[in-house]
Design a protein around this ligand. Structure first.
Ligand SMILES: [Zn+2]
Length: 514
């Protein structure tokens, strides 16, 4: 290292003396050289970790002993670029298993990326607009080149791990009222809100990701009208998954327990009219105050007003404001009575009647306001936007289920300010895991065929996926096959065949038009 540093200083000095340089040029040049120097330093320190004299024998997992073979080189991509690490290789004659003790000690796997680089990849993969962009940003920041696929892999790996962490074990499917270590008695109400948001998936088309948010509120003066206090959500934490309401309920419940739901004086569940939301509320948070989002409730009134009075009439707004005033004062029964009179005026009024009938116990807004409770579920909607829409719904994006879910979950932990915790959950990546993952990816690719998308997102070999029942897989394959039938281009392998299909389609269009 000393030698290299001396050479470096000498080279840089003569470079400076050759011709005048700007600060920007000096900076760029030095950063590049420092990166190379850093990579040698990391490699050198790793070499120091290896025993100078490898012992001839080591215990093998099978119970026999593995014998020293030779030194083998491993390539690892780190934050400072690619480095080579030489380490001893042992082979067990009894079971044929090879091992590199240094790999386990340094916690890396040959041919892969370092944990620090993987962290950065997952962070960028979840926050940049695409995996391609993430790889570009990384290169600008660290001068390290990785493929977009590496970014995807690192992001999905972390996402799958976090999903797994939040999934309660199957045996504990009953509420377990043990206060979590993190929960303390909180005088402020704990809000729990949830919503669904669609993402475009290969296998199932537009599918709903469920998003849940737990938060507290703090009142502060309105900027424009300081005499009015408004409630702002704070210390929000999020869960997100692509799953049925039943398992999502457990996931959200687990997060609520972490946030102190078992020791909170008051719990509020806020949501729109979706049935699954209120089923989860009944099942997991039976003591909670249930509130239907004020804006959804008002929307139904405005739609009814348009149906009754027409879009452009003056009476429309007057009527809607009068009903909203009643609603604001908690006179839901009067609003409902009014709506019932106009029932004959079409579907919008009918929809409002059934919405108000079903949710009237969740619309006691006067009482909620007097208790200082928030009545808008804006937090759930903004969570959907931040976790899912902002990253997964860029133009033309098409995802694999596991990829979409993983990215949303990584974003959820990041926005919950639990990044350090998420990173700490990562275990040691071993060679065995990676091989298995590569095999599974190949197998899945073979069965599904080659696809072209803006974001190619391949399935991950997670425990969840391995447990995927055969019938689900068969269903997915059947749906894919059906899709191919509809769109001939997917199956069109040759140019003549494409032409044939195109002429057939033109023929069909002509016949239909005729
Ligand atoms: Zn062995």
């Amino acid at each position: 290292m000393t030698e290299r540093m001396t050479t470096l200083t000498r080279t840089l000095s003569s470079w400076m003396l050759e011709q005048p340089q700007t600060l920007a040029e000096i900076e760029q040049h030095v950063v590049r050289l420092l990166k190379e120097l850093g990579a040698s330093l990391v490699a050198g320190l790793c070499a120091l970790a290896a025993a100078p004299q490898p012992s001839p024998l080591l215990p093998c997992a099978c119970g026999h002993v593995a014998a020293y073979q030779r030194e083998r080189k491993a390539q690892v991509t780190t934050l400072l670029g690619s480095i080579s690490i030489w380490r001893s290789y042992y082979l067990c004659a009894a079971c044929g298993r090879g091992q590199h003790p240094l790999d386990a000690q340094l916690q890396f796997c040959a041919g892969s990326r370092s944990a620090a680089l993987d962290e950065l990849l997952a962070l960028l993969g979840a926050t940049q607009d695409s995996f391609v962009q993430a790889a570009q940003v990384l290169e600008r920041l660290t001068l390290v080149h990785v493929s977009a696929n590496s970014v995807r892999e690192a992001t999905e790996h972390l996402g799958a791990l976090l999903l797994e962490h939040q999934t309660p074990p199957h045996s504990e499917r009953e509420p377990n009222p043990q206060p979590h270590a993190l929960s303390t008695t909180r005088p402020r109400p704990l809000y729990i809100t949830m919503d669904g948001v669609l993402a475009h998936l290969h296998e199932r088309g537009w599918s709903e990701l469920k998003v849940g948010c737990c938060y507290h509120t703090r009142s502060r003066a309105n900027r424009k009208r300081p005499e009015r206090l408004e409630l702002r959500a704070e210390s929000a934490s999020y869960v997100c998954a692509l799953e049925e309401a039943q398992s999502f309920g457990w996931r959200l419940w687990q997060e609520a327990v972490r946030r102190g739901v078992l020791t909170s004086d008051e719990v509020v569940v806020l949501g729109d009219g979706a049935h699954w939301i209120w089923n989860i509320a009944e099942r997991h948070f039976p003591r909670a105050t249930q509130i239907v989002d004020w804006y959804h409730a008002s929307e139904y009134l405005w739609n009814a007003a348009s149906a009754i009075w027409g879009e452009v009439s003056l009476e429309r707004a007057d009527w809607a404001h009068a009903q909203l005033a009643l609603l604001w004062e908690g006179k839901v029964k009067e609003v409902l009575a009014e709506l019932l009179q106009w029932r004959a005026r079409g579907a919008a009024v009918e929809a409002a009647v059934s919405y108000y009938t079903e949710h009237q116990t969740r619309m006691d807004y006067a009482s909620y306001r007097s208790r200082g409770l928030q009545i808008g579920s804006g937090s759930a909607e903004s969570a959907c936007k931040q976790l899912v829409s902002a990253r997964l719904k860029q133009a033309g994006m098409l995802w694999d289920a596991s990829g979409a879910e993983a990215v949303a979950v990584v974003r959820a932990w990041l926005l919950s300010e639990r990044w350090q915790e998420a990173i700490a959950l990562r275990g040691v990546r071993t060679r065995g895991y990676r091989r298995k993952q590569a095999d599974q990816n190949q197998a899945v690719q073979k069965s599904v065929g080659k696809r072209q998308t803006s974001e190619r997102v391949e399935p991950l070999a997670t425990a969840r996926q391995q447990a995927m029942p055969a019938e689900v897989l068969a269903q997915v394959q059947a749906e894919l096959a059906e899709h191919r039938g509809k769109n001939g281009w997917d199956k069109a392998w040759s140019i003549p065949r494409q032409r044939e299909l195109a002429s057939q389609r033109a023929e069909q269009t002509r016949t239909t038009a005729a």
